[in-house]
Design a protein around this ligand. Structure first.
Ligand SMILES: Nc1ncnc2c1ncn2[C@@H]1O[C@H](COP(=O)(O)OP(=O)(O)OP(=O)(O)O)[C@@H](O)[C@H]1O
Length: 583
């Protein structure tokens, strides 16, 4: 059976030589910059193909380039994907982030027009197109037309403005007019997208207004269209036409009388950003746009934890890729656990979806093998992760948000999306408790400790967020010490170990926290203090242990070990007692 072969529309650029060659060829060059983990964007290719057919000629060329391969593109690594760059005569003229068909087509059309005029009028034609550059933070700057060598630094002087066009205005066909007004006013559109907000998200994004049913109803009645606009203060200093425009004036331009009915403008002044909502909205609508912490006033961004689930099919097929992607987007994995859910557990987790047509398929997916539960942390983790996931329905994700993770990591012939994320911080807490329930471990401060050392270790334990559910000071008998370290019977240090552990009182504690066993072992550090000093100088053994034998602290190695030794020291204590904290 022969498959129809599609004509290759983009040239592949994979080294500096090819890059220079592509830049210097005549006409407009549109480059789709991608990263290895996701590959070139298929949706963008389709748009390019359409443009080539409609207005393409020799003046329109397309290329794909991997951000890692070309120095000039390296600032795009791990950032907004896909990104399309538009070059003519080696100069960067425009940037479009995300798959935005209408904007890509419009930009191509406008710039092909410029190329045609250049060809017809030769040197008589002076195009009104500004040259841009990419700085280290993946922001474009405008090269001053009068002095091509002066770079304007957006980090020091730039301003973002997030414009959210509400559903009724989107439905009323206002988007194009608003975009045009913003562009005419001298703003550049850094990113834009359209998506439907569900009620949970409206609550998280607009806490204070979420109590108004009318507001929630209007915001969820259709897609909202969001734009991030940027401009530069230096341009203002140079008294260019942008001088007089403030964000408020922009809002007036956009919708002079009734603007609050249509748009909500949010000032993202990088130097004096003070509205918490800004970072939350930005995190959700543009999760891949990296407004770095020094540009996005650090104090407003809250470090949060959220639950991510990688469903079994994806985990089996592309575990490394999805973990790398999560890391590339700036998340830390605070805890992780592979678990195979029973039918009952999966149904309990998704009980709110019981009765829907997709429920049986969802439960089937969730129980088809081990899944990976992750506790992800970063600023505004809940909204960032949800923003990256994209639409819940895979077909919709592929069609409307092909760069979203649910589209990128969809599994062939599986209708259920492969990634879960909590919707709100409260739900994240509940979800995390389910997958990472409180664990108990036995911690021991071994004999010969001073009062000062004891207090300092207990302070460190509390600072790390453990609850000390039980504590006692006790001298182990020889028999108990032998039982405690029975796994080491026969080893050359066994007798010394038993002598050491039974020669004076130890502090015995039950520590409780999610992931307590692993986290306490991390705090203790490697068994041998010399090794600890090399690899983890802040751990307790690096700082306080005398030798590999007299290494200050003990911690259970696993759940069974913890249960056995808790029983040995504290007897059969009821579970509720474990949750009592030491005052
Ligand atoms: N090579 C060694 N020489 C001397 N003592 C050792 C040696 N290896 C282990 N020990 C002692 O035996 C204890 C138990 O060893 P194990 O291998 O279980 O290390 P651990 O799990 O890091 O420590 P612990 O069980 O005390 O938390 C160590 O804490 C240390 O006191």
């Amino acid at each position: 059976m022969s498959r129809k072969k599609e004509v290759q529309i983009q040239i592949e650029v994979s080294n500096e030589e090819q890059w220079k060659e592509a830049l210097l060829a005549p006409g407009l060059l549109v480059v789709d910059v991608y990263q290895r983990w996701c590959g070139p964007c298929k949706a963008v290719q389709n748009i390019f193909r359409k443009c080539k057919t409609e207005y393409g000629d020799d003046l329109l060329r397309f290329a794909v380039a991997e951000a890692d391969d070309i120095l000039e593109l390296s600032s795009l690594k791990g950032k907004c994907l896909p990104v399309c760059l538009f070059y003519s005569g080696g100069k960067l003229l425009s940037i479009v982030r995300g798959v935005n068909g209408p904007l890509l087509q419009k930009t191509i059309l406008e710039l092909v027009d410029v190329e045609k005029k250049k060809q017809q009028l030769g040197s008589k034609y002076v195009p009104e197109v500004q040259e841009l550059f990419l700085d280290d933070n993946h922001q474009e700057g405008i090269k001053s037309p009068s002095s091509q060598n002066v770079d304007i630094d957006i980090d020091d002087h730039g301003t973002y403005c997030v414009v959210i066009i509400k559903p009724d205005a989107v439905a009323g066909g206002q988007v194009e007019a608003i975009r045009k007004k913003a562009l005419d006013a001298g703003y550049s559109i850094v990113a834009e997208e359209e998506r439907v907000l569900d009620k949970d998200l409206i609550h998280t994004l607009y806490e204070e207004k979420a109590e108004q049913p009318e507001f929630v109803k209007s915001m969820s009645s259709g897609p909202v269209h969001t734009l991030i606009l940027s401009k530069r203060d230096k341009v203002r200093e140079e008294e260019s036409p942008l001088t007089a425009i403030t964000d408020l004036e922009l809002a007036e331009l956009i919708q002079p009388k009734k603007r609050s009915n249509y748009v909500q403008e949010v000032d993202m002044g990088l130097s004096d950003c003070s509205i918490e909502m800004d970072s939350r909205q930005l995190a959700f609508f543009f999760p891949t746009l990296n407004v770095t912490s020094d540009t996005q006033a650090g104090s407003i961004s809250e470090i949060q934890k959220t639950l991510a689930l990688i469903r079994p099919s994806l985990l089996r097929k592309r575990k490394d890729e999805i973990l790398k992607t999560i890391h590339d987007f700036g998340f830390q994995i605070a805890m992780q656990r592979e678990i195979t859910l029973t039918d009952e557990q999966a149904k309990e987790f998704y009980k709110d979806h019981d009765g829907t047509d997709y429920f049986p398929g969802l439960i089937n997916q969730m129980t088809s093998g081990p899944l990976l539960a992750l506790a992800l942390t970063r600023e505004d983790a809940v909204l960032h992760w949800r923003g990256l996931l994209g639409p819940k329905v895979v077909d919709e994700a592929k069609e409307k948000s092909p760069e979203s993770l649910r589209a990128q990591f969809a599994i062939d012939n599986v209708a259920i999306n492969q990634l879960h994320g909590s919707s709100t911080p409260e739900e994240a807490q509940r979800d995390l408790n389910k997958f990472f329930p409180t664990e108990h471990t036995l911690a021991v401060i071994k004999p010969d400790y001073t009062q000062e050392l004891r207090d300092s270790i207990i302070n460190r334990i509390k600072e790390a967020g453990f609850s000390i559910s039980q504590v006692t000071e006790k001298k182990l008998t020889r028999d108990m010490a032998e039982e405690f370290y029975k796994d080491h019977v026969g080893k050359y240090f066994y007798n010394h170990l038993v002598d050491y552990m039974s020669r004076g009182p130890s502090v015995m504690m039950i520590l409780s926290k999610e992931n307590a066993i692993t986290e306490w072992r991390e705090m203790m550090g490697p068994t041998d203090p010399e090794q600890a000093k090399q690899g983890s100088p802040n751990c307790l053994r690096a700082q306080f242990a005398k030798s590999i034998l007299e290494n200050v602290v003990h911690g259970s190695s696993n759940v069974q070990h913890a249960m056995d030794n808790i029983m040995l020291i504290f007897g059969d204590i009821p579970k509720q007692t474990l949750l009592k904290k030491e005052k």
